[in-house]
Design a protein around this ligand. Structure first.
Ligand code: URA
Length: 485
């Protein structure tokens, strides 16, 4: 083992404690270059993770020297080099230790470790990366500049409170968007300033940001004009735009009134003749989706929610429901009439039957993830009735990219395909359920299981057949649950 590499610890009077422990001090926040330098030197000196304590609390006492000597660059898989800058801003004090443990293992025989999603270290780092992606998305979406009053050159300032140390990572986005303006972003941990060059400074205070300006009404009008009452889902809205950001966003003043009026406006939309999207071009739509690469389930859902339906009909997109990281996920065909009205999956008759069967099989619906292969209700109008229409194979494949991404974000252990459309979406093949029923392989990082769709049970004419089919369905769910355990 090499000499201790780091600066002395005041507590111990030296960098190396009994047992060869090394204390590495990094700057507070996201010290990517400090971590890189230290990691290179530690790896070069063959210091194992268990012999290192990563310090981020008292940088001014023993800061800069630790980065003064560099080790040779590390040869790392791309998945690792991309992950590091996305985890370093995380608030978790163990972030550097976890990343170093990853480097150590990758460089000591586990080169493909990042592919092992079930590994607890990889799983945790993935979750941390997702949390940073969400935080960046929120900052990009919810930060609002205000004009600083006064006679001199025009200047804008914004206040934002990110959950993690992301100011450095988020700033380039605002440089791109507002290159021609002079602006500052203040946060409780530091500030970013742009006047043709980007520089960072000390923390700011909310009071330093003016209360309102001429932009406010513009933001409100824009929000009111894009608000779709039929898509009102307060839980999703709060998850997407947590209240703590509302104070800084002028348009949120319009929310209470819009929410109060939403149900009447949605009813009026339903009662209107449906309009068919005239010139749908699914190929272009899908290409556009692929460009808009979302970095979290919320970002993906925002894309789905604002996209044109790729099937005729539909008041709104019905998004998946359930926790990220759910052990078991269920994929149905497409929302039905009730789902389309309420904006939630599996709330109509088939959904209620599914809930009952889940309960009998010992699966808590609230802990599972429920979604559909197709996110919009495809129907034809017969009088006033909206009659379900099966999506074509082409339509299913247009929606497939969304489902794949969604399941990547949710990362369940097992996915249950409910019926032939779900199987088509998950495998790309038309396979009869009777032949494929049971454990299945979808060629993805989760285990698979195929069973019937609950609406099939509802359609069976004979009560005895219905009861037997229902029992077989519950048995399948029980089996799937055991496989997901
Ligand atoms: N059928 C489905 O496949 N999904 C729903 O959400 C409702 C009914």
């Amino acid at each position: 083992m090499g000499e201790p590499l780091e600066n002395p610890s005041p507590a111990e009077g030296g960098g190396r404690f009994g047992g060869g422990i090394h204390v590495i001090s990094l700057a507070p926040g996201a010290d990517l270059s400090g971590f890189r330098t230290a990691a290179r030197r530690l790896i070069a000196a063959e210091i194992p993770p268990k012999n290192i304590v990563w310090q981020t609390e008292a940088p001014s006492l023993f800061g800069a020297e630790s980065g003064s000597v560099d080790g040779p660059p590390l040869r790392l898989p791309r998945a690792v080099t991309e992950l590091i800058p996305m985890v370093v801003p995380h608030r978790d004090s163990e972030r550097y230790g976890l990343l170093y443990a990853l480097l150590w293992r990758v460089l000591h025989g586990e080169r493909a470790l990042m592919d092992v999603l079930s590994d607890p270290l990889v799983h945790r780092l993935h979750r941390m990366r997702k949390a940073i992606g969400r935080d960046l998305h929120k900052m990009h979406a919810f930060l609002r500049f205000r004009r600083v009053p006064g006679e001199g050159a025009e200047r804008f300032v914004a206040w934002f409170e990110p959950d993690h140390h992301i100011l450095g990572a988020a700033a380039p986005f605002f440089v791109d968007r507002f290159r021609g303006l002079t602006w500052s972003i203040l946060t409780p941990e530091g500030s970013a300033h742009w006047d043709g060059t980007l520089h960072f400074g000390p923390p700011g205070r909310r009071e330093d940001v003016p209360e309102g300006d001429g932009f406010e009404a513009g933001w409100r009008d824009y929000y009111e004009s894009t608000f779709n009452p039929a898509r009102l889902n307060l839980d999703a809205m709060r998850a997407e735009m947590p209240r703590k950001y509302w104070r800084n966003m002028p348009e949120t003043a319009a929310i209470p009134a819009l929410v109060r009026a939403a149900s009447a406006r949605a009813q009026a939309m339903i009662e209107k003749e449906p309009t068919m999207p005239v010139k749908r071009d699914p190929v272009r739509a899908v290409a556009k989706m692929a460009q808009d690469e979302p970095d979290s389930l919320e970002a993906l859902n925002a894309i789905i929610a604002r996209s044109e339906p790729l099937v005729p009909g539909a008041t709104q997109a019905v998004l998946g429901e359930g926790p990220v990281g759910a052990r078991i996920a269920f994929v149905g065909e497409q929302p039905g009439d009730q789902e389309d009205r309420q904006g939630k999956p599996f709330v109509g008759p088939a959904g209620q039957l599914l809930s009952r069967a889940l309960e009998e099989a010992g699966i808590d619906r609230g802990e599972a993830y429920l979604t559909n292969a197709v996110k919009h209700f495809k129907f034809t109008l017969r009088g006033k009735r909206r009659i379900h229409e099966k999506p074509t194979a082409g339509e299913v494949s247009h929606y497939r990219w969304w489902l794949e991404k969604e399941l990547d974000f949710v990362a369940p252990k097992l996915v249950v395909a409910l019926g032939a459309t779900a199987v088509l979406s998950l495998t790309g093949k038309q396979i009869p359920i009777t032949r494929a029923r049971g454990p299945a392989e979808f060629g993805r990082p989760f285990a698979g299981f195929i069973t019937v769709h609950p609406s099939y049970l509802l359609r069976l004419p004979d009560e005895a057949a219905k009861a037997a089919a229902y029992q077989a369905f519950v048995d399948d769910l029980r089996r799937a649950n055991a496989l997901a355990a």
